[in-house]
Design a protein around this ligand. Structure first.
Ligand SMILES: Cc1ncc(COP(=O)(O)O)c(C=O)c1O
Length: 376
C-alpha cells in the first residue's frame, strides 16, 4: 500500500465552499448570496474581457513562463526593478513557494493567529514548525481577537525562524497594524529572517496610518510584499498574484520554485489589462469601502460588536455560536465563512446582497447573539 507523508496525511481534507446555485436549489429559493470568499461583486472589467477574448486565440501555446509583460507592468507600477518581482498562480501559491524556498525541515514559520488559514498548512507541508502568536483584543470591552501583537511576534522569532507572515489587513479580523508599530517590528527582526507582508487586501485600506508595504520595504532587504489580483482587481477565477521584494534574490528564489507555466496566458493578459484600468478599479474599491461602512453601521445599529475593517469583509466575533450562525444564515440563502469557536467572516457584497444578509440576521433575531457580543 502506498502512503502519503505523515505531514500530508495530517492535513484537513479540502472542504469546498457552498455553491450558491446548489444552495438556492436545495432550499427552494431563486438565488442565494455568497459572502464567503472575499471576492468583489462586480463583473470583470471590460478591458479584462477584451484581453481574455484576444488571448483565447493563443491558448494552443504555453504561456510566457517569465510573465515578462506582466512583470514589467508591475515593476513600472510600483517603481521597482523587474528583478524584484515574482508572479505566481495566486498569492496562496506564492506563500507555498516562499516556504519551499526558505524553510528547510525543522525550521519555523511565525505568524499571528487567527490569520490566513493557509499559513499553518503550508508550514506543515514544508516540514516547518508553525509558531502561532495570538492576536490581542483590540478594543476595550470587546472579546474579539483583534490585531497583531507585533512585540510578541518579534519575541517568538529564534534562530530557526526563516519566514514570518504579517497579514495586513488581517484575514479574517479585518484589522490592520499601523506604521510606527510595523516599523518597530521590522527593526527588531533579525536580518536572516524574511518578513512577508501579506497585503492581499491592501487596495481597500483607507486608514492613512496603515503603511503601504512596498514603501515600507525600501532599504530593508529582509522584507517582501505579497499582493493578489483576486480581490480588488476582480480576477479570483484566473489565479494570479505577485511578490515584490526589496532584495532581488528573494524574488529570484520565488521564481525558481514556480511550477512551470502555472500562471496561465489568460491570467497574464487579464492582469496586464486590469493594471491598465486602475482608475476603474479604484472607483470600485471606493464603492466597496462605502458599502463596508454602511454594513458596519447597520450591524452596530443591531447591537453587534463589529471592529472597523480595513478589508472587504467584516468579522463577527460570535465565538461558540459561529457554526450555528453560519448555518442559520445558510438556511436563509446567505453563505458566509464560519471559523468554529471564533467568529464568522462576511464579505462586503453589493448593497443588494448585503441587504439580503441583514434581513436574514433580522429574521433569525440578532438578540440571540448578544450574550457574546457586547453592545458598542
Ligand atoms: C491574506 C490572504 N493572502 C493570500 C490570499 C490568496 O489569494 P489568491 O491565492 O487568490 O491570490 C488570500 C485569499 O483569500 C488571503 O486572504
Amino acid at each position: 500500500m502506498v502512503t502519503a507523508r505523515p505531514a500530508v496525511q495530517g492535513l484537513p481534507a479540502y472542504k469546498p465552499g457552498r455553491n450558491p446555485a446548489d444552495l438556492a436549489r436545495e432550499i427552494g429559493v431563486d438565488r442565494a448570496v455568497k459572502l464567503a470568499s472575499n471576492e468583489v461583486a462586480f463583473p470583470p472589467l471590460p478591458a479584462v474581457v477584451q484581453a481574455l477574448t484576444a488571448a483565447a486565440g493563443e491558448t494552443n501555446r504555453y504561456p510566457d513562463n517569465g510573465a515578462v509583460v506582466l512583470t514589467r507592468a508591475l515593476a513600472d507600477r510600483y517603481g521597482v526593478d523587474p528583478g524584484q518581482v515574482a508572479t505566481g498562480c495566486g498569492a496562496v501559491t506564492i506563500c507555498q513557494q516562499l516556504a519551499q524556498a526558505f524553510n528547510d525541515p525543522g525550521s519555523s514559520i511565525a505568524f499571528a493567529w487567527r490569520s490566513f488559514e493557509m499559513y499553518p498548512l503550508l508550514a506543515q507541508v514544508a516540514g516547518a514548525r508553525a509558531v502561532q502568536v495570538p492576536l490581542v483584543p483590540g478594543r476595550p470591552g470587546s472579546a474579539s481577537p483583534d490585531t497583531h501583537d507585533l512585540e510578541a511576534l518579534a519575541a517568538a522569532i529564534d534562530d530557526t525562524t526563516r519566514l514570518v507572515f504579517v497579514c495586513n489587513p488581517n484575514n479574517p479580523t479585518g484589522t490592520a497594524v499601523r506604521r510606527a508599530e510595523l516599523e518597530r517590528f521590522l527593526d527588531a527582526v533579525p536580518a536572516s529572517t524574511l518578513v512577508v507582508l501579506d497585503e492581499a487586501y491592501r487596495e481597500f485600506v483607507t486608514d492613512p496610518d496603515v503603511p503601504d508595504g512596498i514603501e515600507l520595504m525600501r532599504g530593508r532587504p529582509n522584507v517582501a510584499v505579497l499582493r493578489t489580483f483576486s480581490k480588488a482587481w476582480g480576477l479570483a477565477g484566473l489565479r494570479v498574484g505577485y511578490l515584490v521584494a526589496e532584495d532581488p534574490a528573494v524574488a529570484e528564489a520565488v521564481r525558481k520554485t514556480l511550477v512551470p507555466f502555472s500562471v496561465s496566458s489568460l491570467a497574464q493578459a487579464a492582469a496586464v489589462a486590469a493594471l491598465a484600468s486602475e482608475e476603474e478599479v479604484r472607483a470600485r474599491c471606493a464603492a466597496v469601502v462605502a458599502e463596508r461602512d454602511r454594513l458596519t453601521t447597520a450591524l452596530r445599529e443591531r447591537g453587534l460588536d463589529v471592529a472597523d475593517s480595513q478589508a472587504n469583509f467584516v468579522w463577527l466575533p460570535v465565538g461558540e455560536q459561529a457554526a450555528e450562525l453560519a448555518s442559520a444564515l445558510e438556511a436563509r440563502a446567505v453563505i458566509t465563512r464560519p471559523f468554529a469557536g471564533e467568529g464568522v467572516r462576511v464579505t462586503v457584497g453589493s448593497p443588494e446582497e448585503d441587504d439580503v444578509f441583514l434581513a436574514a440576521l433580522d429574521d433569525l433575531g440578532v438578540a440571540a447573539l448578544r450574550p457574546v457580543m457586547p453592545a458598542v
